[in-house]
Every structure is written in C-alpha cells, then in structure tokens.
Design a protein around this ligand. Structure first.
Ligand code: NAD
Length: 456
C-alpha cells in the first residue's frame, strides 16, 4: 500500500480519485489488464517461489491452477471487453413508443476483494481482473496464511498497476475488520462460511452488494455403470491437487455397493500411478498450510478405518493421500469440509440413496457424478442443487471461463469468471430515451377523463 493512504480512509480516497473518470475508458482497463499479465509473466520465478514457500506447490501446479489460469482469463477478457462494454438495445412496449431502450454496464466504484490462502494467486487476481475490466477501483486483501504470496503481490502491484485504482492491504483479522467498516460499492469475499457471515453483516450496514465464494463438502457419486479406472484417476488427481486444499475438491465418495471392491482397487492403481508409493514425501505433492490444519487433519484420520495411505510427515506438514471407510455419517469427518487429502468412501444401494444423502445436507459448491449411464447422471442434474456439476470429471469446470463459477446456499452467492466476472463487477443500468416532439404520454397525464378510462 502506498504510504499516503490510510486503511480507514481507503474506500473514500479511491472513490474521490474516480472524479477524474480515468477508469471509464476501455484503454485504461486494457492497460491495467496488461499490467496484471506483466506482473505475472515478468516475475514467474518469484511467484513460483512464493507458492512453494506458502503451500509447497510444484511448479506445474503453480502454473496449471494459478498463473496460467489467470493469464487465460486476461486473454479472454481483453478479447471480449469491447463487446461486453457495448450498450445492449432492449425492446420497448408499444404503449411507451416512440422510445428507445438500452442497458449499459457501469462500474460499481470501489470494490474490496478479500482472498483465501489455498490458491492465493488465482483467488485474489481473478477477481481483480473482473474488477478492473468492469472499470472499478479495487483493494485486495490477501490471506495472512499465505504470507509469501501476499507480500509479493503487495510489492509488485504498485509497480505494474495504476495506484489511483489498485491497492493491496496486507494483514489479518484487524486489518480486514478495519476495511469492512468502510462503505464499499462491492465486496467480493472468498473463504469459509463463518467469516462470510461477518462480511455479510458488515456489508449490510451500508447495503453493499456482496459476492460470497465459499466452500463446504463437495460429494461424489460413483455409479455401477462408471468406468472405474478413469473415475479413480480423475478423483485422485482432483483430490491430491494442492493436497486436497481446494474448495471444489471431491470431499467424500458415495459408491454403488455393486462396484465398491473394484473401485477400491482402481483407487490403489491410480494413486500408485500418480504419486508412487511415497505419497507423503513426494516432492510434487503440496504440504498442509499450517500446524493448525495439519493437527485438524491428523485428528480426522482417527474417525474411521484407513483403507489406503494414512502416512504423515510432521516435519514437512505432509499427509499421504488417504482413503477411509467405516465412517459415521454424523462424525466431524462427514460434517465439516475436509480440506485435505482424506477421502471417505460410503456405500450406497443406488443413485436414489445417493441423491437423498446429498439433498439432506447443505447445497455443495460442486457435485461430481461418475456414470456411463447418462440417465443416471441426468437425474443428479435434475434432482440435486449445487454451485457446479461435473459429470465424469472433477475440478475442470473451474478452468472454463464460459462457465460461471460460484456457489448456492451455504456454498455461496454470486458467480464470476469470464463474462460473468464483468457482469458481477458492473451494475446493469436501464436507460429509456423518449423524444419530446410527439408527447404520447399525454394519454396518461391527469385529469383522468372518461375517454382515458375507456382506453385502459
Ligand atoms: P482464510 O483463513 O485465509 O480466510 C479468508 C479471508 O478472510 C482472509 O483474507 C482472512 O484474513 C479473512 N478473515 C479471516 N478471519 C476473519 C475475521 N474474523 N474477520 C474478517 N476477515 C477475516 O481462508 P479460509 O476461510 O480458511 O479458506 C478456506 C475456505 O474457503 C474453505 O471453506 C474453502 O472451501 C473456501 N474457498 C472457497 C473458494 C471458492 O471459490 N468458492 C475458493 C477457495 C476457498
């Protein structure tokens, strides 16, 4: 943050800068998007090191799930921005004619983005891209639990971006609380649902629109018709990515009892293929973010029978990918989001039991169905509610900018990515233009004569 701005005046300061209207032009927005891209591409090794320090992310994961994903979004946004910014003509009913109707997308103003620690580049910079494409000023508050990435963002942003419009505030609860006391024009929060309630309450004081990108348990159903080896490979990849510390990681698996044994075998094969026998010390495999989460996850390993894995390495904060069974549906393991590399397996009779199980719980951020029988997959689409649905695939929907990303119910509200980010960070203003030469509105002005009554 530049020295001349204080946290408690940040929103007002950014808003007052906007009187110069520098933010309105498409060129300014494109310059900022280029600035974000350069901030990433010209400092690749610094970002890789920061992500390795905070989470032990391999360079491949750092690129695939953070840096390249953001660069792809910037490319897509730059290509499409002119079209998204165009006013959209709307038909006007004959009773209002002659008139011309259109909607225009205007920036909200000063946006606050509060990010989490698990994908600290992607989940702070993707919302920043949306905010800038929409012509907003933006304050980014990265997570204190990813300190290396937070510090890097704070040091590079002033070099690459317009400081009148972009500020990074580092810090934890105190700083976030101070930020939340101010009046923002939009708040975009990613994190857990407990803090989301604090954010929503603070936003309510100023009637500030809020986007909440939350988490929860994302279930998987494996049908008897599923291709078990491909299913296992896709689930192992999705569950071990970032050591399971992914908001849309498969949380638990409901497996059709007819294929339970074969599915277990397939999981063993897929784990050996992808991580070898020494999962907990594999250098490409991320570590658990901190001691508190490491201890929490270690505790969960006692809440059932370990089928595969279970190894831990305290020095590195690594937990081997672990498949568990015999878990109690009311245990902490099945109540709270696991957010680590532990995968409980629960047997179900059929798809109907899986659907009931899912519908008895909070609406998930993601739901994954593995079935070759598309009638089964279609039932989940029709009969359950979730932020996103992956059929025979997990995680990948997050990488398609054309698919809005967000939760529903306890997993969040609002969405972003691609065009939806632009829409999320702008207000759709309706404009009606009516010429004065022919005053057709005379028909509705009082006095309300009998002739006018007959027209109704
Ligand atoms: P976190 O602890 O880093 O918290 C998120 C942000 O909230 C941080 O910037 C932090 O400083 C701030 N914060 C924490 N306590 C606060 C308080 N009392 N008052 C004000 N601000 C406070 O991250 P987290 O919440 O542990 O993140 C993990 C959760 O986020 C999981 O539930 C995960 O599923 C969810 N998540 C969701 C998405 C998504 O896109 N929907 C993405 C990643 C993570």
């Amino acid at each position: 943050m530049t020295a001349d701005l204080r946290i408690d005046q940040l929103a007002d300061n950014l808003r007052s800068q906007r009187s110069t209207r520098f933010w309105a032009s498409r060129n300014w927005r494109l310059d900022q998007l280029d600035g974000v891209a350069s901030m990433l591409t010209q400092n690749i090794s610094l970002w890789e090191h920061a992500l390795a320090a905070d989470l032990g992310k391999s360079d491949i994961e750092a690129h695939m799930t953070e840096i390249s994903l953001v660069l792809g979004e910037i490319r897509k946004t730059k290509r499409s921005l002119w079209r998204w910014m165009l006013p959209s003509p709307r038909p006007v009913p004959v009773t209002l004619q002659p008139a011309y109707g259109q909607t225009v997308r205007e920036p909200y103003g000063a946006a606050l983005v509060i990010g989490p620690w698990n994908y600290p580049v992607q989940l702070t910079i993707l919302p920043m891209v949306g905010a800038l494409a929409g012509g907003n000023s933006v304050v980014i508050k990265p997570s204190e639990h990813a300190p290396a990435t937070s510090a890097l963002l704070a040091s590079l942003a002033p070099i690459y971006l317009d400081h009148r419009a972009v500020q990074v505030v580092e810090g934890a609860v105190d700083e976030t609380t101070e930020l939340l006391e101010q009046r923002w024009d939009l708040i975009f929060y990613t994190g857990n649902s407990g803090v989301a309630r604090i954010v929503a309450a603070a936003a309510a004081k100023h009637l500030t629109p809020t986007v909440l990108e939350l988490g929860g348990k994302s279930p998987v159903y494996v049908d008897s018709s599923a291709d078990l080896l491909v299913t296992a490979r896709r689930l192992v990849w999705a569950k071990t990515m970032n050591a399971g510390q992914t908001c849309i990681a498969p949380d638990y698996v409901l497996v059709h009892k007819a294929v339970r044994g074969d599915f277990e075998d397939a999981l063993r094969v897929a784990l050996a293929e992808q991580l070898g026998s020494a999962g907990a010390v594999n250098p490409d495999y991320a570590h658990i973010v901190n001691e508190r989460h490491f201890d929490r996850l270690r505790g969960l390993l006692t809440q059932g029978r370990i089928l595969i894995g279970g190894g831990i390495n305290h020095d590195d904060h690594k937990i081997e990918p672990t498949v568990m069974t015999d878990v109690d549906a009311d245990s902490e393991l099945m109540r709270d989001e696991i957010f680590g590399p532990i995968l409980p397996l629960l047997d179900v009779e059929d798809a109907s039991e899986a659907i009931r199980f899912i519908n008895d719980r909070d609406k998930p951020l993601a739901l994954y169905v593995y079935a070759e029988d598309y009638a089964v997959a279609h039932r989940f689409q029709q009969e359950t509610s979730s932020g996103g649905l992956g059929i025979n695939v997990s995680l990948a929907h997050v990488a398609a900018p054309s698919l809005p990303f967000g939760g529903v119910g306890e997993s969040g509200m609002g969405a972003y990515h691609g065009r939806r980010s632009f829409e999320t960070f702008t207000h759709e203003k309706s404009v009606l233009v009516k010429p004065t030469q022919l005053d057709t509105l005379q028909l509705v002005y009082p006095p309300y004569s009998d002739a006018k009554r007959r027209l109704l």
